[in-house]
Structure formats: C-alpha cells, structure tokens
Design a protein around this ligand. Structure first.
Ligand code: SAM
Length: 400
C-alpha cells in the first residue's frame, strides 16, 4: 500500500515571473482555491495532485506547480541525505522509470547546487534499489518525473514538480521569430491591460503572435494547458491518469466568453513575422479567430467599436538594447502616439516597453502602468485612455 496519497491536500507552491503574482493570485482564486501565503514569485495553496493538474491545465500566468513531499530542518548536507533517504521514493518513482532533480539553493555550506542535487539523486536511487532491487534512470530531461529541492537558510522543502516543463511552453510557438514574449507574460500583460475577451483586440507589431494568440485563447475560453498533453505527475507511480483524462475532456467543453467572437487583429510589417504568427495560431487552434495582415503598424485597420466598452490596442515595439539603437526608435514611438490619437479613438492604448526614455516620445498621458520583467529587463505596460467624446479622462500620470 502506497504511503503517498494523491488525494491528500498538501502545501502547493505555484510560481510565476516577478510582478505577475497579483494576476496569478486572481486566477487561482477564480478557480476556487484559497491563498495561504504569497511572495513576489509564488502563491501557496492547499491542493491534492488532481488539483495541481487542474491548475496546470487552466492557469495562464503560472510557471510551475510544486506539490510538497517533505519539509525539514536542514543545517547540512548530512541532514539532507538523512531526510531524503527516509522518504518512501519507491511509492512515487517506479524502478523502471526516469527522474531528474532541479533545485533552488541558498545555503552557506553550498557554493554549487550540483552537489546537493547529486546527493538527493543518489539517496533516491539507493532507496528505490534497496526496496525493489532495481534502479530508475536519471538525467536532465524534464519531461519525466521532476523532483525539486528548495534549501534556504536551515530549511529544506522537497517537491514534486507536477508539470515538469515550464507551463509557459504551451506548445504552439513552433516559430519564435524575433524577441518573442513568453506566453505567460503575454497572458499577464493582457490581464493587466484589462482584456477579458469581450471587446475587440488589436495587436500591431505582433511578431510571432503571442499576444494575439493568448487573447484568442482567453476569448475562446480555452484552457491553455489543453495544448500540452503531458505532465511530470503522470510519469509517477501515483494513480492519476484517469482523472487527468476526465478533466481534459471537461476542459474541452469550455465556452467562448461572448456568443459572437469579438475581432482580434494582428499585424506586422515583416511578412516572416506574419507567417510565423499564422503558423503558431494554427498550432494553437485559434487562427480562425485572428485577422492577420502584413502592414506598417500605422496602417492597421482598427475595428469600429459598437458600444461604450473600450477595445484594447497593445503594441510591443523594439526598445533598443544596444547603444545607438534608441535614436532610430524615437520616431517610431512618436508615431505610436499619433496612431493612438488618430486611429484608436474609443480604445485603451497600451505599449509594452523596456525603455523609459523612448516611452516619453509617445507624448500622451498614461492612465496606468504595470512593471514586468521580460528576460531580466525591467519593462512597463503603459496604458492610455483614448476614449472619444464625453468620457471623462482619469487622473493623468507621468509615464514613469
Ligand atoms: C519586439 S517584437 C514583438 C514581439 C511579439 N510581442 C512576440 O511575442 O513575438 C517587435 C515587432 O515589431 C515589428 N515592427 C517593427 N517596426 C514596425 C513597423 N513600423 N510596423 C509594423 N511592425 C513593426 C517587428 O517586425 C517585430 O516583429
């Protein structure tokens, strides 16, 4: 009889990128879970293994869902070895399967995380061999069982990474094109912008189409995890496969957020970007929801709005990381301001950029701003109210 019960609620750490926690928290709560704790890159809830798989299926902004296996005081490598060899690994990992170790370690006795990782791996292998007579394979592949060690100060936590490969790798971006945004960041940016699928969405400078595809997934009510059929937890010895199949079947019944789909427009002046974006949208199964066009962003056809609800226009222009590039982009940012003023009346305009200097060239007053990190670079989503007529402008803010 297994000592690890998949139906038992255990402390579960759901991680995300920096500054994304508020959006992850809202998503987790909307799925009916109570947040126990949160920090700048994670929220904690009580969850069983089925909950974890459901969260992996539905969460748009999460990176990993870690299900706690063991936590203990850990002042030294000896303590880690002792605690690790006491855990019933033979009930979690079959002796003919494969597992890998990942870790996040900040401890005075460790200057290279390779040692605790190797130690934990050896303890797991030795225990399974002693109990069953055979040993599983190990290596760096995260598409099988992934055990995650966190060791901070004198505390250690050993988790099952229930998803394995990062949840942002949805599986649709076969064609990355230039500087693509991580899928989970795109989903968080859409949430920060206030996009919920009920109004038109316009994405000039769409690149590989990430924002438009994530918008289409939101509008069609599609669980982003449906695009991946595998999960690390399914490779364990725990009996979870049937409930996973059932929950995927249930998720496929999800409905669009409006009876008639609202327009989603994606344009780029590079035909290779449009080609990549179309192929990615096809892989994601949402190409029928997006109107693609190759054109300069200024020539993007912005759909007429039918009621008072503002639509959303989001641009993610280049922001010039190398010296000398910023000058070339000043004109582009000025034209974005002009495009907003003349072509996007009634919309909320948003620019996602890593350059404060360039953002001043937009020359409009921001109504909101959110900080994010894109590949270690601090970026901002700057929002502009472009309502027409009588709609009252909100208090103006400076872009930084
Ligand atoms: C930073 S990338 C966008 C990446 C995108 N968010 C993604 O996830 O793939 C900027 C895009 O703007 C496009 N671009 C640059 N100048 C443009 C212009 N004047 N009109 C239209 N597109 C432009 C580039 O071709 C590039 O694909």
């Amino acid at each position: 009889m297994s000592q690890i019960d998949p139906t038992k609620k255990r402390l579960t750490r759901i991680t995300c990128a920096e500054h994304v926690t508020p959006f992850l928290k809202a998503e987790v709560q909307a799925l009916g879970y109570e947040i126990q704790e949160e920090d700048h890159v994670a929220v904690h809830i009580g969850a069983n293994l089925e909950d974890c798989l459901r969260l992996n299926l539905h969460l748009r902004t999460a990176h990993h869902t870690f299900w706690l296996l063991s936590r203990f005081r850990c002042p030294s490598l000896d303590a880690l070895a002792k605690q690790a060899s006491a855990f019933p690994w033979e009930d979690l990992i079959d002796n003919d399967s494969y597992f890998t170790i990942t870790s996040n370690i900040e401890h005075r006795s460790v200057d290279n995380s390779m040692y605790p990782n190797l130690l934990l791996k050896d303890m797991i292998v030795d225990r399974i061999k002693a109990k069953t007579g055979a040993r599983p394979d190990t290596g760096p592949d995260r598409s099988c069982v992934v055990i995650h060690l966190v060791w901070k100060n004198d505390r250690a936590w050993i988790y099952l990474n229930t998803n394995g490969i990062r949840l942002s790798d949805r599986g649709y971006r076969k064609m990355p094109h230039d500087a693509p945004m991580r899928e989970t960041l795109a989903a968080a940016v859409l949430m920060a912008a206030g996009y919920d699928g009920t109004t038109p969405f316009v994405n000039p400078m769409c690149g590989s189409g990430t924002l438009a595809i994530e918008a289409a997934l939101i509008a069609s009510g599609r669980a982003p995890g449906l695009l991946r059929s595998d999960a690390s937890a399914l490779h364990t010895a725990l009996d979870i496969d049937d409930s996973y199949i059932a929950m995927r079947k249930e998720a496929r019944k999800s409905k669009p957020v409006t009876p008639d789909p609202m327009p989603i427009v994606a344009t780029d002046n590079d035909p290779r970007a449009i080609d990549a974006a179309m192929k990615n949208a096809q892989t994601a199964g949402v190409e029928h929801l997006i109107d693609f066009e190759t054109c300069d962003f200024m020539d993007t056809q912005v759909p007429q709005l039918e009621d008072d609800e503002p639509g959303h226009v989001i641009l993610n222009p280049e922001y010039g990381l190398r010296l000398g590039e910023t000058g070339d982009l000043e004109q582009t940012y000025r034209e974005i301001g002009d495009f907003f003023k003349t072509n996007c009346k009634g919309y909320m305009g948003h620019v996602f950029t890593g350059s404060r200097v360039l953002s001043h060239e937009i020359r409009l007053k921001t109504s909101a701003r959110h900080i994010f990190f894109n590949a270690q670079i601090e970026c901002r989503l700057l929002s502009y109210e472009l309502y027409q007529g009588s709609k009252k402008q909100s208090k103006n803010l400076n872009p930084d």
